[in-house]
Design a protein around this ligand. Sequence first.
Ligand SMILES: [Zn+2]
Length: 756
Amino acid sequence: MGEPEAGSEFAILAAAAGPMADAQYILPNDIGVSSLDCREAFRLLSPTERLYAHHLSRAAWYGGLAVLLQTSPEAPYIYALLSRLFRAQDPDQLRQHALAEGLTEEEYQAFLVYAAGIYSNMGNYKSFGDTKFVPNLPKEKLERVILGSKAAQQNPAEVRSLWQTCGELMFSLEPRLRHLGLGKEGITTYFSGDCTMEDAKLAQDFLDSQNLSAYNTRLFKDVDQDGKPRYEVRLASVLGTESALHSEMTSRLKSYEFRGNHFQVTRGDYAPILQKVVEHLEKAKAYAANSRQEQMLAQYIESFTQGSIEAHKRGSRFWIQDKGPIVESYIGFIESYRDPFGSRGEFEGFVAMVNKAMSAKFECLVASAEQLLKELPWPPAFEKDKFLSPDFTSLDVLTFSGSGIPAGINIPNYDDLRQTEGFKNVSLGNVLAVAYATQREKLTFLEEDDKDLYIRWKGPSFDVQVGLHELLGHGSGKLFVQDEKGAFNFDQETVINPETGEQIQSWYRSGETWDSKFSTIASSYEECRAESVGLYLCLNPQVLEIFGFEGADAEDVIYVNWLNMVRAGLLALEFYTPEVSSWRQAHMQARFVILRVLLEAGEGLVTVTPTTGTDGRPDARVRLDRNKIRSVGKPALERFLRRLQVLKSTGDVAGGRALYEGYAAVTDAPPECFLTLRDTVLLRKESRKLIVQPNTRLEGSEVQLLEYEASAAGLIQSFSERFPEDGPELEEILTQLATADARFWKCPSEAPSGQA
Ligand SMILES: [Zn+2]
């Protein structure tokens, strides 16, 4: 499962309505574009680790192209057209031509943003929200740019043909085409156009009956001469159905009768693309750090060659066992969010690196843990007998192919493997940094005076907060337990509840866990405890020294860390649904609770004030008085943190719920009027950023990292240089694969029938 970073999840609405299209279906010209910074982590890799990372990245990028075929019928053609255009002329050269053709600067920028959006989403539907986006300029003008371009001069027939195939669909906002969906509900290429939800259910039953996974499949429906439906279940693989090579898969490739329906299992979907994936996985194998990585890659190769999900599961098993590698990766048909039926996986591949510099700081923190834990505001009896550093890795992403980049991952998704082998929980540090880095003019709800300080110290203070949150937050505190034999893990006689002054009255009985007892509030409550520990311990000079901050810098880090928390508490309102009075995101709910606690501390520590923006629309300001952090903020947080821990340690669900749900309640009560503020937060929400990724290039035996400017043009450039050896060949492959299946999306209902 991918974890979207807090703050920009489900950003569907664009900022302001453009002149051409409904704002919901365009990407705004001022959309945020950031570069993924992994230079430091890459620099610290050994030459062999770099070669391993390079070939895995190549495999990921090739495989990611399959997403074009998994999104919409026209996406592969749009990709091919744009790639041809920008290979012949870079964005600057094309600008000259576009302006000469009569486009305004804004219109040309809209085109660049559209192209960058196609590359980042690997298709013309947004990876978060699944809505279509169209170019925000007149179609006739775009046509003039394309048909008069250098690419068109070089290959007039091909460019014209690409435009004729996808130009209309690029702009169409016909209701069925506005979002992904099945049959008349929307567009998808996981199923042929005439498939309905009933077909999808039938196919799932068939797959289940044959113990076949849907993850790497697509479903195509045909009608035979007698008018009876015939279903093709097509597996993704390098090999075709007729391959002579025998494997566990070949016996499955045949015709089946299922509930009176004809099913044919075939394979070879995306074959030429997966061929290139496999070639690079083979090369990566030579640079693997250990035999687990080798065996993992061997199984992935088997999986992509044969079309076997069982082989992918075996590979995933080795992957789970490969604990804490320097170069981490995962590749395959993974997330099923975009299949309207929810069982077919979209291709993704990522390569990430342990940030050795950051890991060293985290290790220092762990080494000081015994001492720092004593600083926490609860009696020693409420602390674990021995500190166990929680399983936590922070990685910097080098490559993330597919339709979008999550900020954290928790995979594999195979439930049977999760039960028996476990899973990995990874935070993608440089993706989070992008999510939090905001241009000054888009920095909402802060005072002008605070903005520069915030921009300067956001990154460093976030590192401190993450380290404290994960290691000393989630790693601290003891649960009082009575085991099956009746023995207690605490001294009933001497341990005193600091809140009541009495002996301990409640605890966890054998079989009870934190999650089972606190159920619906467990995860957010625990995140709140970890966040609070971070805020509390960042006041400790020893902690800031570990991260390299002293004096005035240390004070700024503290201030920005606290300021960010109260701002996040306000932004959190986006993740509250008033209709059902519930929160949709554990971390954001936790931050809102902390904001409430600090507001309650009073004395002007924190204020939230509604204002009117320069655009005349509602706005708001959060202020934090930095001189009151230690005198007012710290004692308030201390009381709150102690209560959180005591209620947790003693398994006091009733007390815990009363405390937590009290603070998490969102009402329109003055002075803050949070429900009204929520509308302002939604109004001022920033649309989801585009992320520019680097390329790796093999020069001799050395791997170079190529970085690009954080702009739509930079993002386009990174894709123009992504496939230097075989760009035109790939475009040919993609359009051929799309054309071979094109008949499946000529839905009969779309034939002229009088419904305009
Ligand atoms: Zn956490």
